[in-house]
Design a protein around this ligand. Sequence first.
Ligand code: WTA
Length: 636
Amino acid sequence: MDYNRLHSYEAYQAAYAASVQDLEGFWGAIAENFTWRQKWDKVLEWNFEEPKVAWFIGGKLNITENCIDRHLATRGNKLAMIWEANDPKERYMRWTYRELSEKVNQFANVLKNNGAKKGDRIAIYMPMIPELMVSVLACARIGAIHSVVFAGFSAHSLADRINDAACSMVLTSDGMNRGAKQIPVKRVVDEALEMCTSVEKVIVVDRVGWAVNMQEGRDVYLHEELPKASKVCEAEIMDAEDPLFILYTSGSTGKPKGVVHTCGGYMVYADYSFRNVFQYNESDVHWCTADVGWVTGHSYIVYGPLLAGATTLMFEGVPTYPDPGRFWQVCDKFGVTHFYTAPTAIRSLMQAGEDHVLSYSLDSLKVLGSVGEPINEEAWHWYHTHVGKNRCPLVDTWWQTETGGIMISTLAGITPMKPAHATLPLPGVQPVLLDGEGNEIEGNDVEGYLCIKAPWPSILRTTYGDHERCRINYFAAYKGYYFTGDGARRDEHGFYRIIGRVDDVINVSGHRFGTAEIENAINQNENVIESAVVGYPHDIKGQGIYAYIICKEMPENPIQVRAEIVETVVAEIGKIAKPDVIQFVSGLPKTRSGKIMRRILRKIAEGDVSNLGDTSTLLDPLIVDEIKDGAIALMA
Ligand code: WTA
């Protein structure tokens, strides 16, 4: 059976059964479809106790030979990448696989000329420009580990990530275009590097043409380095289990952690999931609207599509610029067949009205996708009806930074779909629902903690520099299982619906934040003594950030203090973590042991103050009334 293209429900079911029966045989067969410099000796070794997971042991490869070189003979003149600028009047860019090959090889030589080598960690802090894709692949070409940091993060966040992995290089740009605005980028890097000591070289792409600070001996312009670099660069031979990249993501405790993915397993899964979920065909144009700064961009803008030899579209701008029809205009302009976006974008475009979407034909579309957060039924129907004209299958894809690729999803047009349901696991993925005691909940029409029972090739291997943290976060809650942090329901047909996080993680417009992470940022403000942050349902963002804050003194000018606190959060994390609501309180509901009762705070933030449960065990039960009254006053 061709596991790379399951084209019927029966084929899906047979593949699923085969994967459960013989996990190694299943993945071994799929891995045959790649270019290996040396074949693996053993498909899999694993235990979830340490945890230790290794795939395709002894295999040697370079992922860029699989993304680019192996396509050159048959697809050299095929478009690999289409890039659409922020400004619709600026000329778009299109590269064939041959052109992409030259760009990546040349950039790889620039990295080498500037001292980069296999195993080095390289931070990439760049807007959505073609050089971002090239940077990622150039690192992979020479065996350097890329750590892409979303260019909306603040200097502090960037510095933390650079320091955690001791990056020796930063790849960046002078500035960026975002809607009607131009935003500094290099300046943020400069500020971050004042807090870092490991970085020796900064390579700067000239995107907006600003004269930026260039530190002698450290900073170089890409356009000055390229002419010195050859367009041929031998790919570094990597072990299947060598790290490919680090990507930081938030958990329920402490600072964001660096999720580590490896060369072999990640490659196999990115390609397999891309082909099957989207049911990719040779002439398709795939557009994933995520940023390469997030895992979705890694797997479904860069690696998945290129591994499959597809044409992938990259967009620099935002959905609402110059107007809320931009996404649809770009679909028509390039004949996009596969469109993959986040529920938050759909909800905001929905709010802008149907007219924007109805003015475009969208005839080329074949498959729609959703990712990053639960998609509510209203948004699902709007997307399916107005964008997909009721003829395109809509795949709701559940997965995580840690899983590397899509885990539970409809296979477009092949397996059943159901609004607001991710539905069925991909063959090779074994989800279970556990109860609070860690017992598997059998049967259908049930709800529990979503865990995965056996490894898949792109499971995270560790959290960079701190393996124990990886164990505690993902493998300790339920012995023998990978714990996702999500709660889920399995309906009467056995279809999964992801309910949302069950830990202290908030998902704001598909971006993950730990409540502790935002609290730490808020607490940096000099007015603040203590804070507690919870998520609450938000019409557009999915979840909003609600912060309860104790100040040294009740602020006389709350508007000003709120603005100052927001500024602090923006400086510590970035604009994407701005609290939506700030309520000043004189105390927080705590148990006698000092634990904050977030359940109560969540209910109040949701506007549900009628039934707060038993508050008599609190240290100070009266505080709940104060907070309740304050919240009502705030909403009035
Ligand atoms: C949530 C993004 C419901 C979930 C790929 C998960 C989803 C977290 C879905 C991972 C979906 C992602 N339906 N919830 N289709 N996709 N999530 O690491 O809570 O940025 O744990 O990866 O997003 O977010 P991350």
